[in-house]
Ligand binder design. Structure first.
Ligand code: PXP
Length: 249
């Protein structure tokens, strides 16, 4: 139905840095430190990525501040900074001024971002962060579950974009629960669009479930990381990114 729309591809390169940090934690500036997440980003852009996404985590487990500054300098890059709603990160984002910021929940214990931001519960703090980042010229997105109350609350913060969390659908893929999770996402996309929000999605998307994900309505951009970095290990960065790009455009 709508699988031939142009959907933008944001490549999340955090796991190129995860691999580097596995060997070079604390000495990531060493000339031997590899792989370079900056080179991964450059190659992704050359292969047709529409944007580069990085999550500068509080524990700095993968991407480092100097990586983010170097990626921001790449020609033609549209940088999307994922960050927690903290005063420290707001200061960093105001200095960096990325084109886009996606506010995500963060806890040190999680392996990756495990749930959506609870905008309903943390409304005042999220709204204040959204307004500060908008004033700095960033397009602000909120990473939330496809849930009507969260979408309405996200809209009330003044954020122009939501990124719907596709993790539960990805986990349910090829199980009987997948249809229900897909329907939840579909309703979320419709709700967000009705409110005039731009609809992005991400988390757990891979080269297989992407075929279903792209049939969601109103998608503007998909942010995809783990599967692309994994495939890049097998076939190289440019073919891995180009293959995903071919699925979505
Ligand atoms: N979008 C957001 C907000 C995320 O936190 C992540 C994971 O860092 C992704 C997208 C990408 O998820 P994955 O690595 O599973 O593709």
């Amino acid at each position: 139905m709508n699988s031939k729309r142009t959907i933008l591809l944001g490549v999340n390169i955090d796991h190129a840095a995860t691999l580097r940090q596995a060997r070079y934690r604390g000495v990531h500036q060493s000339i031997h430190a590899e792989p370079s997440p900056v080179s991964f980003a450059r190659e992704s852009l050359l292969a047709g990525a529409d944007g580069i996404t990085v999550h500068l985590r509080e524990d700095r487990r993968h991407i480092q501040e100097e990586d983010v500054y170097a990626i921001a300098q790449l020609p033609g890059v549209r940088l999307n900074l994922e960050m927690a709603c903290t005063a420290e990160m707001v200061v960093f984002a105001k200095k960096l001024k990325p084109a886009a910021v996606c506010l995500v929940p963060e806890s040190r214990e999680e392996v990756t971002t495990e749930g959506g931001l609870d905008v309903v519960k943390q409304f005042a703090r999220v709204k204040e962060t959204v307004q500060a980042l908008k004033a700095a010229g960033c397009e602000v997105s909120l990473f939330i579950e496809a849930n009507a109350q969260q979408i309405e609350a996200a809209h009330s913060t003044g954020a122009p974009v939501v990124e719907l969390h596709t993790g539960a659908f990805a986990n349910a893929w090829k199980t009987p629960a997948a249809d229900k999770e897909f329907e939840r996402l579909r309703l979320g996309c419709e709700k967000a669009k009705q409110l005039g929000l731009i609809v992005n999605a991400g988390h757990g998307i891979n080269y297989d479930n992407i075929k279903k994900i792209i049939t969601l309505p109103h998608l503007n951009e998909l942010n995809i990381g783990h599967t692309i970095v994994s495939r890049a290990l097998m076939i190289g960065v440019r073919p891995a990114v180009a293959e995903m790009k071919a699925h979505i455009s």
